[in-house]
Design a binder for this molecule. Sequence first.
Ligand SMILES: Cc1cc2nc3c(=O)[nH]c(=O)nc-3n(C[C@H](O)[C@H](O)[C@H](O)COP(=O)(O)OP(=O)(O)OC[C@H]3O[C@@H](n4cnc5c(N)ncnc54)[C@H](O)[C@@H]3O)c2cc1C
Length: 415
Amino acid sequence: MHQVDVIVLGAGIVGVSTAVHLRQRGLSVALIDRRHPGEEASHGNAGLIGRNGFCPISLPKRGADLLDIALKQSTAIHCDYGALLRAVPWLRRYLRGNGHQAIQRYARVMDRFRELAVKEHYHLAAKANADRFYRKSGWLQVYRSEASYRADERERHYARIFGIDYRELSGGDLNTVEPGLKAENLTGVFWPESESVSNPAAVVEAFWRYFIQEDGLFLNGDAFALEQRRLGWRISTARKSVAGRQVVVALGSWTAAFAERFREYYPMVITRGYNGHFRPRSGGSLSRPVMDVDHGYMLAPMEGGIRLTTGFEIADRDSPANPIQLDRAKARAAAIFPLGSPVPGEPWMGTRGHLPDSLPVVGASPSRPGLWYNFGHGPHGFALGPLTARILADLIVDRDPGVDMAAISPLRYLA
Ligand SMILES: Cc1cc2nc3c(=O)[nH]c(=O)nc-3n(C[C@H](O)[C@H](O)[C@H](O)COP(=O)(O)OP(=O)(O)OC[C@H]3O[C@@H](n4cnc5c(N)ncnc54)[C@H](O)[C@@H]3O)c2cc1C
């Protein structure tokens, strides 16, 4: 039996970063995942570490968009009707909790989180020798219609309140920022204070290697083998059994199902997203992530080509992949960027876990001493993972994390 201070379950960006921070605080750590680190959501995302993102995910309001979704014609949101029906209680909670005051509070919390998130990435990247993957090039949102541009006004409103720089651009001005775009009919908003990475999986790998170098223990194993003992926790893997006084659950979109073993029920909805890579056609290149807001996909320059990531698919996590959104997004993208031939390989699929208030759950289980959570980062987990890791590690060693904990505490769902 190998004894450690903390067992961390899940080795995505959130779990790996948490494991690193705990080691930095002098605790011994065993990190457990059934796969190699960073192979799920943390692998194929768009790599955006946005300085903005002050509004919770908004549901489409325009009749035409809703009809498209209902008829399964939307590029941005694709629903399996059965999964959508099962999501109705979540949707009700989401709608109840998204009034004006809740959005204001969300914006304040996210402004602080996003400011800190960039610093936390660079802190870990410097230790793990991963700086080379980071770009300080900002990101672009492009709009095809006046209506979609106006619908995002609240985001720009909060940016003005918090003093976050942005530039409204159209046509030729857009091309001075991103010459490869076919920008004639587009309006854009450039967010220069944002960062992105050229290979999210390689960033997680570098953080994980740093953890191993700092005497962290990594084991392949199933989190569901975790058992509670009188004085802590125990888990058996093929290689070793490990006992720890504390355990962190960072299983991404699998966490809510895992928490049910402790009769702790988090209202989480899961969305799936896809990516494919393309070689830019001659003359076409991108220097930063570009989001086509009207159609909900992103084009992000990566080491492996231009990565096209799709919007939200509401479907059962384990049902067969349905990359129809990827095909649609590819056709839409051709109108704004000279996408070249696809890089051979299967489309990648990943899952995001969303709580109704669009904030993650970070903190102690209210019912099980020594059990901690770090999950529910939705579409922002790559950006926020190193930050919530630092916050949770501070909580575990009884340090003040310096942020509004009520906003992300498990108690908001389990009290
Ligand atoms: C298409 C797409 C684009 C995105 N773009 C962005 C973006 O640009 N910026 C951004 O900030 N975020 C983005 N996100 C969101 C981001 O990728 C996620 O929020 C983040 O990766 C979540 O990290 P995680 O560590 O919580 O989960 P994951 O990376 O999913 O890790 C969870 C880990 O738990 C392990 N696990 C699960 N069950 C078990 C078990 N029973 N036993 C052992 N191990 C288990 C898995 O193997 C996995 O390694 C995007 C997501 C998608 C799908």
